[in-house]
Design a protein around this ligand. Structure first.
Ligand SMILES: Cc1cc2nc3c(=O)[nH]c(=O)nc-3n(C[C@H](O)[C@H](O)[C@H](O)COP(=O)(O)O)c2cc1C
Length: 303
């Protein structure tokens, strides 16, 4: 999001190459004589000018170059276009699978916090970085959250089981309750039974941690930002040796039941877009598998 310009240019160091003005998305910088200078009044603090400067003359104080990861050593040199093993990247992407069997081992805060930092390397609309990360880092907290999600679905199943309410929904609410009843009622009823009677966790699959990725409502694109950060986290978690699974049922419950936001102490003005179950995996695969083939379209454009 644009704000006042915090960028500082050291004119002693500046060699007037102009790379920073060419790369600035806000046209905040221009050449003043043979040196770069601030000419605009707004800046999204993306740091492109700092990253491109060959002599280190530019600082954007609100962003740091190093991210202080604690579980691995970071390489700060920018990776040139094409200078990465694509096969390794795709292998990582294809090897990440939704994990539904976890060991009892807790995930360390160091790992969880590195995952958050990795999440924030994602792009965000107008660089607003309005994402939020809420972490439950032990199994008891995950169970407590699960009980609240279960309470929401118990209420919803009770409503959906009522034929009169389904009829009312068909007439006045685009049949949302009926559609839920047909698609999910049985599975949810079974899941609730197993949770309550057998302690079997069909919601979080026994995960020892949960990360909720949200966004501030005043960010430009809070949902997109949160989901992009989420994908970073899923891939990085695999590289760290952790399993993950997105839990859409928990997102739906939070979206519809304010009691869940209260339980998690999620402040007003913030929405949750993904819930990630996390833990040390108790499963492994032999092969990667494919996806349904898709055919991209190259439309003939019409006026
Ligand atoms: C938005 C979204 C919501 C999901 N919700 C759940 C869920 O509630 N429970 C679950 O076990 N898996 C859930 N998944 C995982 C999908 O079932 C899984 O991604 C899909 O089957 C493909 O398998 P893969 O992730 O192993 O590649 C969800 C995935 C997405 C993208």
């Amino acid at each position: 999001m644009s704000g006042p310009v915090a960028t500082r240019i050291d004119s002693e160091k500046c060699i007037g190459c102009g790379l920073c003005l060419a790369i600035c998305p806000d046209r905040t910088i221009s050449l003043v004589g043979d040196k770069a200078g601030i000419c605009g009044t707004e800046c999204i603090s993306c740091g492109h000018c700092q990253a491109v400067c060959p002599v280190g003359a530019i600082t954007v104080p609100v962003i740091a170059a190093a991210m202080d990861f604690s579980t691995f050593q970071e390489e700060l040199h920018w990776l040139p276009f094409g200078d990465f093993d694509l096969a390794s990247l795709v292998r990582l992407m294809r090897s990440r699978r939704s994990c539904r069997n976890f060991t009892d081992q807790q995930v360390s805060r160091a790992m969880l916090e590195d995952l958050v930092r990795i999440g924030t390397t994602a792009p965000s609309g107008t660089n607003s970085q309005g994402w939020t990360f809420t972490i439950l880092d032990h199994r008891e907290a995950v169970i407590s959250f699960g009980n609240h999600v279960a309470a929401f679905f118990r209420k919803l199943n009770n409503l959906a089981a009522n034929p009169l309410l389904r009829l009312a929904s068909r007439l006045f609410a685009k049949d949302r309750l009926g559609s839920y009843y047909r698609k999910y009622y049985q599975t949810i009823a079974q899941g609730l039974h197993e949770w309550q009677e057998e302690g079997r966790d069909r919601l979080f699959h026994g995960a020892t941690a949960v990360m909720l990725v949200g966004g501030r409502d005043d960010a430009s694109c809070p949902a997109e930002d949160a989901l992009l950060a989420t994908q970073n986290i899923l891939l990085a978690a695999h590289a760290m040796g952790l399993g993950t699974c997105l839990i859409g049922f928990a997102v739906e419950a939070i979206r519809h039941d304010p009691a869940l936001k209260r339980h998690l102490t999620i402040p007003a003005g913030e929405s949750i877009f993904s819930v990630i179950a996390l833990g040390h995996p108790a499963e492994k695969y032999q092969h990667v598998c494919g996806r349904k083939p898709v055919a991209p379209r190259y439309p003939r454009l019409v006026d």
